[in-house]
Design a protein around this ligand. Structure first.
Ligand code: ADP
Ligand code: MG
Length: 561
């Protein structure tokens, strides 16, 4: 009601397990005569003609809310219209209303409800625990806040301020305030705007996906699926991202079912809406905005300490030690500003020497793995590398797996790749059911470069495999594919298992943890990671790297506050 009344400041206070609620707004207010009838059943100011019913833009319109609340609670309304000097007050006890009295009041409306359901013990019993009721209330308020950043909200629960979200003209600001997550990113295309988290910012329950259509909060399985599909291969099983989707559709494309609490809607073309949401979000995710933003913020979050403020990095002292071994020289401490470029030029690698910060960070260049300086390898598992502002640990297996997965996927779609004909076909045993499934999806496998024939009721002969994968990968992939595939139609059954097959192929064909990598090999791997936009998570959704700001490390060593 406050939103319908044009308020841009709303204060909500609730307590007593949801049995006391107060909503105060600075909206248009009610005249004393309207106040008098506002709690009558079917009293509404929102419908003037029967035509209006087909074009409802307000949240309410049936005139039922106040009447039904008044019947089961103690209700008090104090209101003043902007252009009136005096306000008016109405009190009602379980449906018995008082005369309207004149009072001085702030412009707007203040509604208080207490002892909800006191006169309906049967209904009272159905209230859930205080924690659960107030959780529900918070969710509803969050939803309103997520859709109207042009309204300031203050929320108090049991007298304690639990949310204060000032007005903003930026959707993303509001999302950050309400969800309490800084690392959110924006995607905006005609008809849809989406705020979304990086794939490593997830939770284990499906409560972070908020959907809105024409400023109404809705629940919709298909749209939730569209969101999850956009994160395909980036999340671990059972993980959910934080996403706020706001659709703006022409009224004839969606039946909002107009009851304010009815949260289901009907789209005229739900396929179309599904594609719109998934497509927009997937495109935005593929741009991995979190990498670029983290990178752009790098210099400011980690300003280079001047020698005066951080004299302890004793590069002068090391000079006097005059190391002669080239190996050692390379790791000699340099003055911080020069460190990266000096170290890079010392490498006889043909890599471009770069003058650190200037070309690397501040030109707004895109993040490139190949531009990191490789320090070495940890535990034969992680590549250690650094940029000007961050220390990186890259999981060599996860990274290589991701690269391989993307390469295979690209090859599958383009149909262009080297296949390797096996001199001696690989004979593999399966049960009949598996053979049937595999044989059904034969064309799909062939598109991947894996060609086989039936050699017997329980045996397949693999004739060729893609050049970039290992035989053991092909064996594992066929087993996986046979395991989960369905034998409905060859095309579909294969696209169902494609991701799994590619992930399996990749997993078996790449460098493993525990394998020693030379500097050169590490660098090569980082270069390969630049080939594809989505290199930050392995196909199973594990992160490919973790990193720490150098400034944080400095702080830990007490070099800065
Ligand atoms: P509805 O919202 O469906 O019209 P309600 O029972 O919620 O029905 O409210 C009845 C009427 O009371 C509204 O149509 C509106 O005119 C008035 N009203 C209720 N709350 C407010 C408010 N906060 N500010 C101004 N008018 C209000
Ligand atoms: Mg209403």
């Amino acid at each position: 009601n406050s939103m319908d009344a044009g308020a841009d400041r709303i204060e909500i206070e609730f307590g007593d397990g949801g049995r006391s609620v107060r909503v105060k707004d600075n909206g248009v207010g009610l005249s004393p005569s309207d106040l008098k009838i506002s709690i009558e059943p079917h009293a509404t100011s929102k419908i003037h003609s029967s035509e209006d019913i087909y074009n409802i833009e307000t949240y309410g319109f049936r005139g039922e809310a106040l009447a039904s609340i008044a019947a089961v609670s103690r209700l008090q309304m104090v209101t003043r219209m902007q252009n009136q000097d005096l306000g008016a007050r109405l009190e009602s006890e379980f449906g018995q209303k008082s005369e309207i009295s004149s009072v001085s009041a702030e412009a707007g409306t203040d509604v208080r409800v207490d002892q909800l359901f006191e006169n309906v013990p049967a209904r009272l019993k159905f209230l859930k625990s205080a924690a659960s009721e107030s959780g529900q209330i918070r969710n509803v308020i969050k939803a309103f806040a997520l859709v109207r950043e042009d309204i300031e909200y203050r929320v108090l629960s049991e007298g304690e301020l639990v949310g204060h979200w000032p007005k903003s003209d930026r959707f993303l600001d509001r999302v950050r305030q309400v969800l309490g997550i800084e690392d959110m990113h924006l995607c905006s295309e005609p008809g849809v705007e989406i705020a979304f988290s990086a794939p490593n910012r997830t939770q284990r329950i499906n409560r972070g996906i908020w959907l809105f259509v024409n400023k109404r909060w809705i629940q919709d399985r298909s749209l939730t699926a569209a969101v999850m599909d956009a994160y395909r291969n980036l999340l671990m099983h059972g993980e959910y991202p934080f996403v706020v989707v706001r659709l703006t559709l022409a009224p004839d494309l969606v039946d909002v079912n107009v009851h304010p609490t009815k949260s289901q809607v009907k789209f005229r073309d739900s396929q179309e809406v599904f594609r719109l949401v998934r497509g927009a979000l997937r495109r935005a995710i593929e741009k991995t905005p979190w990498l670029k933003e983290a990178f752009a913020h790098g210099p400011s979050s980690a300003p280079t300490p001047t020698p005066a403020s951080a004299p302890s990095l004793n590069w002068q002292a090391s000079e006097t030690l005059s190391f002669s071994e080239p190996q050692i020289e390379r790791f000699q401490f340099q003055k911080r500003d020069e460190k990266v470029s000096q170290m890079a030029t010392a490498e006889p690698s043909g890599l471009e020497p770069r003058s650190a910060r200037a070309t690397f960070m501040q030109t707004g260049e895109e993040f490139q793995w190949s531009k990191l300086f490789v320090i070495g390898q940890l535990d034969q598992t992680y590549i250690l590398a650094q940029s000007d502002a961050y220390f990186y640990m890259v999981d060599q297996h996860a990274a290589h797996e991701r690269v391989m997965y993307e390469r295979l996927l690209a090859q599958f779609h383009s149909g262009q790749f080297d296949r390797q004909n096996l001199l001696i076909p690989l004979a593999l045993d399966f049960n009949q059911d598996e053979i049937e499934k595999l044989d059904f999806a034969k064309d799909g496998w062939a598109k991947l470069g894996i060609e086989f024939d039936k050699l017997g009721p329980n045996t397949l002969a693999v004739q060729s495999i893609p050049a970039i994968v290992s035989e053991s990968g092909v064996v594992a992939a066929l087993k996986r594919g046979a395991d989960v595939g369905t034998a409905n139609s060859s095309e579909e059954s294969f696209s169902d298992v494609l991701n799994l097959v590619l992930a399996t192929l990749a997993c078996h064909s790449v460098v493993r943890a525990g394998q020693t990598l030379s500097h050169e090999q590490s660098r090569e791997l980082l270069e390969q990671m630049d080939e594809f936009p989505l290199s930050s998570f392995c196909p199973h959704g594990r992160p490919v790297y973790v990193r720490r700001a150098l400034s944080e490390i400095e702080r830990e060593f007490g070099r800065r506050l």
